[in-house]
Design a protein around this ligand. Structure first.
Ligand SMILES: Nc1nc2c(ncn2[C@@H]2O[C@H](COP(=O)(O)OP(=O)(O)OP(=O)(O)O)[C@@H](O)[C@H]2O)c(=O)[nH]1
Ligand SMILES: [Zn+2]
Length: 212
């Protein structure tokens, strides 16, 4: 079951072409779990590992549970965080900025970890959001197979929709383990992505206040 807020965010992402590519017919949680557990049994044994070993026996179950309930839980809008939006009665006009939000996501090309930090800011219009909800929205979209650019934009659009203002900015700096632990195996490079809306895009002073 999807909240009204989740529904609005989803509709806006689809409208803006920023929704994660999803098939129209989704299995429910238990069906996904059962099927992935069976398929991971095939993967583990195809690798030549002995599933009778007590350490490995539960691995297909662990991976299925991890995919469905943990690292990819954000594919299901039923898991969209409960929002607390309040009227901006105190008349906040200045930037609200949350820094160093943990971002743990998964690269959709390789299904390995993306590990970083996000910075989110907005200038309140009629609504103010509970601070922890910003971290929760970042986590919700991070708990999907992602590319960092889309993750950054999904957080932007979700907040713009919920806060009913364009004046939102998001930036993420992250280490991609698909770059670090395999492939090019670069131990140190990080990737920065930014998505700016409204005045953060049009006004250099506001943008700099956000970025610095
Ligand atoms: N733009 C973008 N690219 C990403 C992200 N995460 C991983 N990638 C890249 O996706 C690309 C996939 O390239 P492919 O050539 O198809 O895959 P590959 O053979 O495994 O490539 P290598 O990683 O270079 O070994 C790689 O260059 C990755 O570094 C991301 O968040 N954003
Ligand atoms: Zn990757």
């Amino acid at each position: 079951m999807m909240s009204n807020e989740a529904q609005k965010v989803r509709d806006t992402l689809i409208e803006r072409g920023l929704e994660t590519p999803l098939l129209p017919n989704q299995l429910d949680r238990d069906a996904k779990y059962e099927r992935i557990r069976g398929l991971m049994t095939e993967v583990v044994s195809t690798l030549g590992l002995d599933l009778n070993d007590d350490s490995l026996a539960e691995t297909p179950h662990r991976i299925a549970k991890m995919y469905v309930d943990e690292i990819f839980a954000g594919l299901d809008y039923a898991n969209f965080p409960k929002m607390s939006l309040i009227e901006n009665k105190m008349g906040v006009e200045e930037m609200v900025k949350v820094k160093d939000i943990s971002v743990i996501s998964t690269c959709e090309h390789h299904f390995v970890t993306i590990d970083g930090r996000a910075r989110v800011a907005y200038i309140p219009a009629d609504k103010v959001i509970g601070l922890s909800k910003i971290n929760r929205i970042v986590r919700f979209f991070a708990q999907r197979p992602q590319v960092q650019e889309r993750l950054t934009q999904q957080v932007l659009v979700a907040l713009q929709t919920l806060l009913e203002t364009d004046n939102v900015a998001v930036s993420i700096e992250a280490t991609h383990y698909c770059v670090k632990s395999r492939g090019i195996m670069d131990a140190n490079s990080t990737t920065e992505t930014t998505a700016l809306g409204g005045i953060f895009k049009t006004n250099a002073t506001t943008r700099n206040e956000f970025l610095n």
